[in-house]
Structure formats: C-alpha cells, structure tokens
Design a protein around this ligand. Sequence first.
Ligand code: PEP
Ligand code: MG
Length: 337
Amino acid sequence: QSKIQIDHLALDEIPITRTKVMLNIANPASALRSWRLPADGIGLARMEFVISNTIKVHPMALVHLDRVTDKEQRRQIEQLTRGYADRTEYFVERLSAALGRIAASCYPKPMILRFSDFKTNEYADLLGGRDFEPHEENPMIGLRGASRYYSPRYRDGFALECRAIKQLREKLGFSNVIVMVPFCRTPEEADQVLTVMALNGLQRGQGGLKVYVMCEIPSNVILAEEFAKRFDGFSIGSNDLTQLTLGVDRDSDELAPLFSERSPAVISLIKDVIRRAHELKIPVGLCGEAPSSQPDFAGLLVRAGIDSISVSPSSFAAVKRNVRNAEHHFDNFVGVR
Ligand code: PEP
Ligand code: MG
C-alpha cells in the first residue's frame, strides 16, 4: 500500500458525500497515518497482512509445533513464543493487539475485518507453514477463504483467528468490529463456516456481531438471495470477481489488457448484486482496487446505487470528489436538494 501524506491535503476541502467512503487497510501503521481522513470507517482490513507482518508464524504451527520438521524454523518459533505458557496465546494476544490499533483508528465507526485470505503458497511461507499446506497448481482458486476455515487442514488455525477477534471485541472493547468471510463458494459452505465460527465463540447476532461476506465469485451474485439470508452485508471484491467472470488470471502480465472491471460482464454482475441486495434489505459495498486505481469508477458505482466504497488512503480524496460529482448530477437529474 502506498504511503499517504495527509499533512499536505486540505482536509476541509474534501467534500461530504451521502455514499459512505471507507478505507482499505493492511496494517496498523497505515491505519494510524490515516485516522484524520473523514472516512466512514474501514471497509476492508486484510488480516493476512497483519499476520505476516507481526505474527510471522503459521497458526497451525503454534497448535502443532511437534509437526514442524524444519529445525531452524522450529527454533525461531520457540524463540518468538518464549514466555507464553501456551504458544497459541502468542498468536491471540499479538493479533488482537495489532488489530486493536487498527480498530482504534476509526472507533466508533465500523471496521470490516476479513478473516485471513492468503493463498496456500503464501501460508506456506509463514514460519512452520510448509508442513501444513498442500502443494496446489492453482492456489488462486484453491484452498482459500471459506473453504479453508472448516477444513481439517486449517480448522485449528481458524479457531485462533476467532479467539483473537473475540478478544478484540469483548476484552479490548472494539464492538465496532464486523467480521467478513472471503471467497465463499456456496451457501452450504457459508453454513459450515458460520457453524465453526459459533463453535469458537463468534455467533452471528450475539453481542451485536455482524458477519459480512465478500461478493467475489460469480456464484455469490447468481445465488445472491441464498447468501443474503446467511449474512448481514455484501462487499464486492472486484479483483476476484473480474478474474473469475472473465477467466483472466489477475496476476498475469500477458493478459493484463483483458483484465477490466469495466467489462460489461463484470458491470452487469455488480449492478445486479446491488439491486438484489437492496431488494433483500442488506447493505452492499465494494472494496476491490477498481475505484482506488480509477477514481471515476466510483461514479459508476454511485449511479448503480452502492451504499459504500472502500479505497486505499492515498486515493481517498480523489474518490470523495468523484462520488460527490456523481451524487450532484444525480440530485440535479431527479430534482433532489
Ligand atoms: C478483491 O478480490 O477484490 C478483494 C478485495 O480481495 P483481495 O484483493 O484481497 O483478493
Ligand atoms: Mg479477493
């Protein structure tokens, strides 16, 4: 994420908008640098980056240290967790403290915290990770997101993520934290994840806990009603939604010219899920890169009726201006004042 210098921004020149504009945050430092921006909260906190930057250990390696075969990595894990009677506390304490600094930067506005969403090869790069991850030919469409959280391969690691969030909300008091499930392929899979969450103390609705789902697989749009029944909100992940709608690897340089969130196929899905979410009375936002890299994309989303847009801190001011212009045109057109 690019560094943002907000000191030179004229904060009082950033327009007020009806559409919520939120921030995408990957670490406490960027959250704390951005706290003065007039944002409506954090629309996407990517937990995997906090894990790789501050925890550095694969959560399964903390539960099952005896299964870590690399002696040097085992030594490093022992070193990092020295002083903890129970090694898993190292993960829970450190993660909740780091997430607490992010949640504090926007409190009492909401922070949408997404469970970890690395690909298998990235989880394998965490300390001790190699012994717990399968080799996959296509990790981008492999064991990621929801499928991982109830899988025997990661279930014990997911339990630590849940414990850290429970501590964050209940012990540290950050009740502004909403949790979000990424890459949820089917409604049945949603049920499995919600069950595992409840078993680990995160019951949707209890203590006001809201659970959102990313809308980033075409199935999420096609079966929007089924997903809407199970969650409190949608956040459109335009990066994966574009990749999977067009069949274009989002990381391929060869295919980069074909990767476009403005493709009529992608726009059609985005408009469709916004309309259907509203019929079902659940909020829908977008947290993919499109409006951050192309601020005028925000105008299109406003015209489609989106509730919130989450962008990188460095593009926040430009997106606010585009949102304001789109709202202004809309108001003139329908005669709203
Ligand atoms: C997305 O897919 O648009 C998204 C926000 O998630 P990520 O980029 O982390 O996969
Ligand atoms: Mg995604």
